[in-house]
Design a protein. Structure first.
Ligand SMILES: *[C@@H]1O[C@H](CO)[C@@H](O)[C@H](O)[C@H]1NC(C)=O
Length: 473
C-alpha cells in the first residue's frame, strides 16, 4: 500500500511529463512503408557585418524626444489610395470619386449637346421665316396672276405642294425632334441633380474622419530600425519602404523592446483574424496592422501576417535577427531569439534559415520538440523548411502525397517539416488547454510552442519581430 501511494504521488507531481505521451507535433513513420529524409539542402542565414553600426549615443535629454506627430493633410480622410492591409476607410469615399468622375462625363456630353440643340432651333426658325415669306409672295403672285389661271394653277399647285410639305416638316418634324432632344436634356438634367445630391451627401459623410483610419507618422524609413534612428521612437504604425523600387507599406514597429527597431511580421493576440489561409494570402500578407484606441495614432497592433514576399525581402537586406515573444493564459511570458534569420524568396518557396538561438522558450526552430526523440524529434525542426499552406504543400511529410499535408491538419501556413514543434499560425483556442477532440483532424493545430507548453496548450499571444542585426556599439 505504501508503495502504491508513492507511485500516485509521483505521477501527480510530474503531470507535465504526461504530455510526453501525447506529444503530437510529428507524424511517426509507418515502418516498412515510408521513409523520411531529414535533411534538405538549404542555404544558411545571412551573416556577417550588418548595414548598421551600433546605435549612436542618445542626444542629451530634452532635445532627443521631439518626434513630431504631424498628420498628413488627408489623414483620416479619403485619399489614401493604396491601403492594401488593415482597416480601410468606408468605400463611400471611393463612391464620391466615382460620382465626381461621372458628373464630369455627363457635363461634357451636355455641353456638347447644347450647341446642337440651339443650332437646330435656330435653323427651324430660319425655315419658319422662309415659309412665311413664301406664303406672302404666294399671296401676291396669286393676286398678280389671277387672270392667268391655267398657267398659274399649275405653278401654284406646285408651290402649294412644296409649301405644304415644308410647312408640315416645320410644324411636325422639327418640333418633334426638338421635343425629343428637350426630353433627353431634361432627363440628363435630372440625372445631374441626382448625382449632385449624392455627391453632397458623400461630402457630408467624408467631412467626418473615418475613425478606424490610422494617421501615418511623418517619420518613415527603410524599416523600423531606420525609423528609430530617424527619431521614430514610439511603438506604433509606420510607413516603411525597404526598397525604393516598390511602394511603401504599413507595419507596426516595436520601438521599446530591447531598445526597439523591431518590425512586427506576425502577431496573434485575440484570435480575431483567421490564419487558415491560402498561399497567395500568406504571400501578400493579411490581417490588421494597427488600431487607434482613441489616442489619435495607431499604437495598438492587430493580428496580422506581414506577407512572405515582404518578410523575405526585408530579411534579405542584410543580417537580420528575429525575436519571438509569447504569453500563456496566466500572463507568463517567454521568448526565443535568433541572431540570424533569413527567409528565401518565393522561387525557393520561402525557405527558412535561422541560427544563434537565445531565450527561455525553447529552441523549436533548430532542435525540434524536446518531448520527442530521434527521428521523431528531427521531424519537428523548422530550420531549412519551405513554407506550406493548405493549398500549396511544400512540407517534408511524404512530398507529393495529397493526404499527408501538414498545413491541412495543423491549421495555418508555416515552415512545416513533418510537421512542427512550433505552430504560431495555428488555430486560436481560448483558455489555453485544448484536446484532440476539439480539433479538426486530431492533431495539435493550436497556437503551439511545444518546448514551452507542449502540444495541447494554445498560447494566448505570440509575435515575431525582425530587426537588422548589428553589433552593439
Ligand atoms: C516515434 O514516435 C512513435 C509514435 O509516436 C513511437 O512509436 C516511436 O517509438 C518513436 N520513435 C522514437 C525513436 O522515439
Amino acid at each position: 500500500k505504501y508503495h502504491l501511494k508513492i507511485v500516485y504521488l509521483y505521477s501527480h507531481m510530474f503531470v507535465p511529463l504526461q504530455a510526453t505521451v501525447d506529444a503530437r507535433g510529428h507524424r511517426p513513420l509507418n515502418r516498412g512503408r515510408e521513409t523520411y529524409t531529414e535533411n534538405r539542402y538549404s542555404p544558411p542565414p545571412i551573416s556577417g557585418g550588418g548595414r548598421y553600426r551600433g546605435r549612436p549615443t542618445a542626444a542629451p535629454a530634452g532635445s532627443s524626444h521631439s518626434q513630431e506627430k504631424v498628420e498628413q493633410p488627408d489623414a483620416g480622410g479619403c485619399t489614401h489610395a493604396s491601403e492594401e492591409m488593415g482597416i480601410l476607410c468606408p468605400t463611400g469615399c471611393e463612391l464620391k470619386t466615382m460620382l465626381l468622375k461621372q458628373e464630369r462625363n455627363v457635363k461634357t456630353s451636355i455641353n456638347e449637346l447644347k450647341p446642337q440643340v440651339e443650332e437646330l432651333s435656330r435653323s427651324s426658325n430660319n425655315v419658319y421665316n422662309y415659309i412665311h415669306s413664301m406664303s406672302n409672295s404666294l399671296r401676291e403672285r396669286q393676286k398678280v396672276f389671277n387672270d392667268n389661271n391655267n398657267v398659274m394653277n399649275r405653278y401654284t399647285d406646285r408651290v402649294e405642294d412644296q409649301h405644304a410639305y415644308i410647312k408640315e416638316t416645320v410644324d411636325t418634324v422639327f418640333p418633334s425632334n426638338i421635343r425629343v432632344l428637350q426630353g433627353v436634356l431634361d432627363k440628363i438634367k435630372m440625372k445631374i441633380q441626382k448625382l449632385e445630391k449624392a455627391i453632397q451627401t458623400q461630402r457630408e459623410e467624408c467631412k467626418e474622419p473615418c475613425t478606424s483610419s490610422c494617421p501615418i507618422p511623418v517619420v518613415s524609413g527603410k524599416e523600423c530600425e531606420d525609423i528609430y534612428r530617424r527619431g521614430g521612437k514610439d511603438s506604433q504604425m509606420y510607413l516603411i519602404q525597404p526598397d525604393s523600387f516598390y511602394p511603401p507599406y504599413k507595419v507596426f514597429c516595436d520601438q521599446s523592446t530591447q531598445n526597439g527597431g523591431w518590425l512586427l511580421i506576425q502577431n496573434r493576440l485575440d484570435g480575431s483574424v483567421d490564419f487558415g489561409r491560402r498561399w497567395d494570402e500568406y504571400r501578400r500578407g493579411f490581417g490588421n496592422i494597427a488600431f487607434d484606441v482613441g489616442k489619435g495614432h495607431c499604437e495598438t497592433p492587430g493580428e496580422y501576417w506581414l506577407g512572405n514576399d515582404r518578410i523575405s525581402q526585408v530579411s534579405k537586406m542584410g543580417p537580420t535577427e528575429v525575436l519571438i515573444e509569447m504569453q500563456d493564459w496566466t500572463g507568463a511570458k517567454v521568448h526565443a531569439q535568433y541572431q540570424k534569420f533569413t527567409v528565401q524568396s518565393d522561387t525557393s518557396n520561402y525557405v527558412l534559415a535561422v541560427d544563434s538561438y537565445s531565450g527561455n522558450a525553447g529552441n523549436c526552430f533548430l532542435d525540434g520538440s524536446l518531448e520527442l526523440f530521434g527521428e521523431n524529434r528531427t521531424m519537428t525542426i523548422h530550420n531549412g523548411m519551405m513554407f506550406s499552406t493548405y493549398d500549396r504543400d511544400n512540407d517534408n511529410w511524404n512530398p507529393g502525397d495529397p493526404s499527408k499535408q501538414c498545413s491541412r491538419e495543423d491549421g495555418g501556413g508555416w515552415w512545416y517539416n513533418r510537421c512542427h514543434s512550433a505552430n504560431p499560425n495555428g488555430r486560436y483556442y481560448m483558455g489555453g488547454a485544448y484536446s484532440k477532440a476539439m480539433t479538426k483532424h486530431g492533431t495539435d493545430d493550436g497556437v503551439v510552442w511545444m518546448n514551452w507548453k507542449g502540444s495541447w496548450y494554445s498560447l494566448k499571444a505570440i509575435s515575431m519581430k525582425i530587426r537588422p542585426f548589428y553589433a552593439p556599439s
